[in-house]
Design a protein around this ligand. Structure first.
Ligand code: UD1
Length: 367
């Protein structure tokens, strides 16, 4: 069998590919793990391979940072060369980052079948680069693997034929459940000096929050109010650090009462940190899902979400970017213990097996 290429590029991809790579390895499938190098810092990339027990990538493209066009184009040029050389039987992409659309586009034009893990999610906000990546990827991928039924509904509404769509569940929860016990040995709370159930965690990197000085300032004002009541751990994303420097907001950030600033944190440490938090504030997609799976209250600092099931069934509340709304929701969560919820169907730790079944049926059918 010709190889299946599994593509990773940026931090949120690693926990989605690790369980699938392990499952395909267990089944003896010929596979190539390819890292585009969109994220390259040790703490944004390498530590995740170690924490997730994923082998080093077989191929590293090293594309690095750039504008959207530069980054996407560089991945395409490099990935086309790899596809021509290896002639894979299938290309598997995950999520919604620039590497996702770049590799899917290359595969489609070379007539290589492709599969998208985490298909069908829509924020309906085309100002988000990720929304453009989701729409384009799904429109040219052959196999669409959805994490929840809202994904199926979105795809059907867009005219995708039902036989391309497979509801398989949320693969990121495979990684979470698999590593929850191992994460208990992390001493991250001791290192940061926080006590179980007595701190908040904040992550922030969306362009809508950090590329706009006024929006960034509104979040800082909210933190100033929340910090007076709750220590908040804030692992700072490279984009966010750069923007804080650009807007000269660093001193203000550091002066926030009870804020604990640190570098981006590895997977096991972060799972440990998140699972003991009283409250999570975030603009990430993945954290909305992980907090729902763990039953931790989450406030999402965005106007919308492509993961509505975390709101309808889970612990997530969309609070946007207005200072008063964020503070009010945080205080309410601190007083009441926060929103409770249930874990969505098929977020059961067995998604990788279901995905492998679909992929292999397709590869064998096509010979
Ligand atoms: C990317 C994804 C986003 C995902 C996020 C998670 C796209 C369009 N965006 O956003 O969906 O939620 O990753 O982290 O693909 N940088 C470093 N070191 C790194 C990586 C980036 O310093 O290892 C810097 C770069 O200089 C760059 C900035 O951070 O200017 C942003 O990186 P980039 O990959 O462009 O997008 P993210 O904001 O990380």
């Amino acid at each position: 069998m010709k190889p299946i290429i599994l593509v990773v590029g940026a931090r949120p991809n690693f926990m989605k590919i690790a369980p699938l790579h392990a499952e395909l390895a267990r089944r003896g499938v010929n596979q190539i793990l390819l890292h585009t190098g969109q994220h390259y810092d040790e703490n944004m990339s390498k530590v995740f391979f170690e924490d997730l027990r994923m082998p080093e990538p077989d191929i590293y493209l090293g594309v690095g940072s750039g504008t959207h066009a530069e980054q996407t184009a560089r991945v395409m040029v490099e990935f086309e060369r790899i596809c021509l050389e290896h002639r894979p039987s299938m290309v598997v992409v995950v999520g919604d980052v620039n590497s996702t659309i770049a590799c899917t586009l290359v595969a489609a034009k070379l007539w290589i079948p492709s599969a998208h893990v985490e298909a069908g999610l829509r924020s309906f906000d085309r100002r988000m680069p990720e929304e453009i990546n989701r729409l384009l990827t799904d429109s040219i991928c052959d196999i669409l693997l959805t994490p929840s039924s809202d994904g199926d509904e979105n795809l059907l509404r867009e005219g995708v034929s039902a036989e391309k769509i497979h509801l398989v569940g949320n693969i990121m929860i495979d990684s979470l459940l698999l590593n929850l016990e191992r994460a208990e040995s992390s001493d991250i709370r001791e290192r940061l000096g926080v006590l179980q159930g007595e701190y908040g965690v904040l992550t922030l990197h969306r362009p809508s929050n950090v590329d706009d000085e006024i929006a960034f300032g509104r979040v800082l004002s909210a933190l100033e109010a929340i910090g007076a009541h709750l220590p908040v751990v804030f692992p700072v994303h490279p984009r966010t650090r750069k923007q804080a420097q650009e807007f000269e907001l660093e001193a203000r950030l550091e002066a926030i009462p009870n804020i604990i600033l640190c570098e981006p944190i590895g997977y096991l440490d972060f799972v440990r940190l998140m699972s003991g938090a009283k409250l999570v504030l975030t603009d990430s997609g993945g954290l909305q899902e992980e907090t729902t799976a763990l039953g931790i209250p989450c406030l999402t600092l965005r106007e919308n979400t492509e993961r509505p099931i975390t709101v309808t069934e889970g612990t997530n509340i969309i609070v946007g970017n207005d200072t008063d709304t964020i503070v009010e929701a945080a205080f309410k969560a601190l007083e009441s213990g926060g929103k409770t919820g249930s874990v969505p169907e098929l977020w059961d730790g067995r998604t990788a097996g279901r995905i492998a079944d679909v992929l292999l049926a397709h590869v064998h059918r096509d010979g």
